[in-house]
Design a binder for this molecule. Structure first.
Ligand SMILES: *Cc1c(COP(=O)(O)O)cnc(C)c1O
Length: 358
């Protein structure tokens, strides 16, 4: 196991009341760092004070976007123990994204050990109110100071931590989502399966347009025909159709969400039939018409479960599919409650999702 250096901060910050701050606005005292060059490989694993990082104005990430990231969460259990939710799966996905972006594979054991050590040092930053957590952002970016277009030779890996409030502090607020029929985010052969900034850059304008129309987010459809359902920018999408749980298959254009995996695993455990397959916009319109589209919800680390109250299809004469009178459906509610209890070990974790921090 690599030696992880620890550089102590001169002064620690005041802890914040997370119920008064927005998502991702405050950061803890320390971060984990590791660097890469071809001579040494990944090296210099250390926990250092949270501080600004220096980059060259010619930094290749700034110009060409060769970067990847993760997002996971740590919680405090009812007994006051700090725990991490599916951290190993998130580190493994970081390496799958690395492959897609030609970033050298991270030593997963060192990255994971660094994360656990960092969390042990920062455990007092994990808020313990209902639904509150410490959001973890591991990321890798290219650091070559070079304007030529090529795969970078050097990289930096950082893990930063941000205390966050419950996403739905005042009860669920089901979202209105526009089924996108003009813009595209990812295509076959593209970067959709990687957690990488490019997918977000490609989604910002369409998101803004949807906002201007009064909708919360965009549900991406396939780039070629706008016929097949993909995912919502930062969440996977799931449907309850005629009693079955249905979600788009992992076809390379959407992210293999860890929350998606969690939901599908639990749904199967509960005895639901689960289908990962192609779903067309027409199928949804048909299912809604015949009363078989029972629930729609997103899954992602930030909100865990995000109920969809309304799906809007088409721009000329839009069809508004209202779901459950715009309220959260019983399946999504039950799933949210169960995962919420798993996070804090209020229910037995028979899946091995919860990882101890110390
Ligand atoms: C992070 C992310 C998700 C959700 O993944 P989780 O692992 O469940 O947090 C879904 N789609 C995209 C594009 C993402 O970046």
């Amino acid at each position: 196991m690599a030696e992880i250096k620890f550089v102590k901060a001169d002064k620690l910050k005041e802890k914040v009341d997370v119920s008064t701050i927005g998502f991702g606005t405050h950061f803890t005292d320390y971060m984990f760092r590791m660097d890469y060059n071809p001579q040494e490989g990944w090296h210099g694993a250390s926990i250092v004070p949270y501080e600004e990082v220096k980059v060259s104005p010619a930094n290749t990430t700034l110009h060409y976007g060769q970067a990847i990231f993760e997002g996971c969460k740590a919680y405090v259990t009812k007994e006051g123990k700090p725990v991490l939710f599916r951290g190993k799966d998130h580190i493994a996905r970081l390496n799958r994204s690395a492959k897609i972006l030609d970033i050298p594979q991270l030593p997963e054991d060192v990255a994971y050990e660094g994360l656990i050590k960092l969390l042990a040092i920062e455990k007092d930053w994990i808020p313990n109110g209902p639904g509150q957590s410490l959001y973890i952002r591991p990321f890798v970016y290219a650091t070559d100071p070079f304007l030529g277009v090529s795969v970078s030779q050097t990289y930096t890996f950082l893990i930063i931590l941000s205390p966050v409030a419950a996403y739905y502090a005042h009860g669920f607020a089901p979202v209105k989502i526009m089924v996108e029929d003009k813009y595209s985010r990812a295509c076959h052969g593209g970067l959709g399966a990687a957690k990488t900034p490019a997918n977000y850059a490609a989604s910002l304008h369409a998101g803004l347009v949807a906002h201007e129309k009064g909708y919360d987010q965009v549900l991406w459809t396939d780039a070629a025909e706008h016929k097949w359902i993909g995912e919502v920018g930062s969440m996977n999408i799931l449907f309850k159709i005629d009693g079955k749980i249905v979600t788009p298959e992992l076809d390379g254009t959407i992210l293999d969400g860890i929350t998606r995996r969690t939901v599908l695993r639990i749904a199967r455990e509960w005895g639901y039939e689960v289908e990962e397959r192609k779903i067309s916009v027409d199928e949804l319109l048909e299912a809604h018409k015949s009363g078989k589209l029972e629930e729609v919800f997103g899954s992602g680390t930030a909100a865990v479960i995000s109920p969809v109250g309304e799906l809007i299809c088409g721009t000329e004469n839009p069809v508004h599919m209202v779901l459950n009178d715009g309220k959260i459906g019983p399946f999504a509610q039950k799933m949210y409650d169960y995962i919420d209890q798993l996070h804090t070990c209020e229910t037995e974790d028979k899946y091995g999702f919860v990882e101890p921090i110390e």
